[in-house]
Design a protein around this ligand. Structure first.
Ligand code: HEC
Ligand code: HEC
Length: 333
């Protein structure tokens, strides 16, 4: 008599547990209820924390983007509340999505915008910035689909709600997840350089290169104006680097454009504007020295089309020196 009764109770309990369990899963998948989204369902690695680590680490995002007071704010939009539109990226994405929907005639969710900006950075270029964000799905950054999902979760979390289920990556990237190799840059040096010799050229104040006069690498070299090169080869491929050295004015990094200032006494100063307020302007000149000029002294100020970086390294370096230098710069990841 008691046996069937007990099985009914056990069966009912089982059904209740199953329903509650499924409900819990569904809530997690849709990211409702203030919980973290269905992280464990796709992969335990896709979390806001993992995305944050990628943003500040191997994704190289913080070389160009700040969040609040952390990271670099010279080249790319701040991803925190001091960024464009006065909104952090997780909230700003909703405004951008409306704009993209209008421009393309397609539906764009805020997350679709984040996916587009991280997988196809040139598709929409934020006003006031240059199209110079490297595609992080390609070498040397080479983020994999799950890395991208994590980084997008982190972006969503800045002013919005992390929602893994909303992240739809383009087909070409899903193919990578299924084993296809990502495209690599076809490039090989003309001759193999010696990175040790290159390092000496880079930092030697009297060498033909003397790059360290302007550029910092970790705690060495000039820190006042030009871009820090500590991770340059981990951010861009060799072609970009070769071009930056031989033809620096072809594509000038944003925030590092030169101005020419002529003072009332007829003094010419050209360099990168480092600091500016109502009365004073500070300019880093081509010897990497800071020049302070009172605004009352300025007669003319004009933006320059040429980089502060000398454009004649192709002539002053020997072929061997150039390749030694390149071999060194390519170790900076
Ligand atoms: C070398 C500099 C650089 C790096 C590295 C870089 N970005 Fe950017 N990023 C930019 C610039 C410049 C823009 C603005 C121009 C544009 O929209 O393409 C931008 C725009 C964006 C935007 C759109 C912002 C907005 O206001 O709509 C997002 C999102 C973004 N980047 C995310 C990332 C993430 C995530 C990474 C790391 C995986 C990254 N970026 C790496 C330079 C960079
Ligand atoms: C007088 C200062 C100066 C010297 C010397 C100099 N550079 Fe630069 N360099 C700059 C400035 C300013 C920029 C940013 C503007 C631009 O993109 O041209 C730059 C940009 C670069 C970039 C692109 C970095 C990026 O993040 O976009 C590379 C690579 C580079 N320099 C390498 C070198 C090497 C290698 C040498 C030595 C052979 C060198 N530079 C010497 C000032 C200098």
């Amino acid at each position: 008599m008691t046996r069937p009764f007990l099985s009914v109770v056990i069966f009912t309990l089982f059904v209740i547990v199953a329903i509650v369990g499924i409900g819990e899963l569904v809530t997690r998948v849709s990211g409702e209820g203030g919980r973290r989204p269905a992280v464990a369902l796709i992969s335990a690695d896709i979390t806001v924390e993992a995305g944050e680590a990628i943003f500040w680490g191997r994704g190289k995002c913080s070389i160009c983007h700040a969040v609040a007071s952390r990271g670099a704010a010279i080249r790319g939009p701040d991803q925190g509340a001091s960024g464009p539109l006065g909104l952090p990226i997780g909230a700003r994405a909703a405004e951008r999505a409306k704009e993209r929907a209008e421009a393309t005639g397609k539906t764009f969710t805020p997350t679709d915008y984040l996916v587009e900006s991280v997988t196809d950075p040139g598709a929409y270029v934020v006003k006031g910035f240059k199209n110079e964000m490297p595609d992080p799905t390609r070498p040397p950054i080479s983020l994999k689909p799950n890395d991208l999902r994590a980084v997008i979760l982190y972006l969503q979390s800045l002013g919005g709600r992390p929602d893994l289920a909303a992240i739809r990556l383009p087909e070409r990237l899903l193919a990578i997840a299924n084993g296809a190799a990502p495209a690599t840059e076809e490039w090989s040096p003309y001759i193999l350089g010696d990175a040790k010799k290159g390092e000496a050229l880079f930092f030697g104040a009297d060498s033909n290169a003397a790059c360290g006069k302007c550029h910092a690498v970790r705690d060495r070299g000039g820190k006042v104006g030009p871009p820090d090169l500590t991770q340059v080869a981990g951010t861009w491929g060799p072609k970009f680097i070769v071009e930056s050295i031989l033809d620096p004015s072809k594509q000038i990094a944003s925030g590092y454009e030169s101005v020419l200032i002529v003072t009332r006494e007829g003094r010419y100063v050209s360099g990168i504007v480092k600091k500016e307020d109502a009365s004073i302007i500070e300019v880093v000149d081509n010897r990497a020295k800071i020049q302070r000029i009172s605004k009352a002294q300025i007669q003319r100020r004009s933006p320059q089309k040429t980089s502060l970086m000398p454009g004649n390294f192709g002539e002053i370096l020997t072929v061997e020196e150039f390749h030694d230098l390149l071999a060194y710069v390519l170790t900076l990841r």
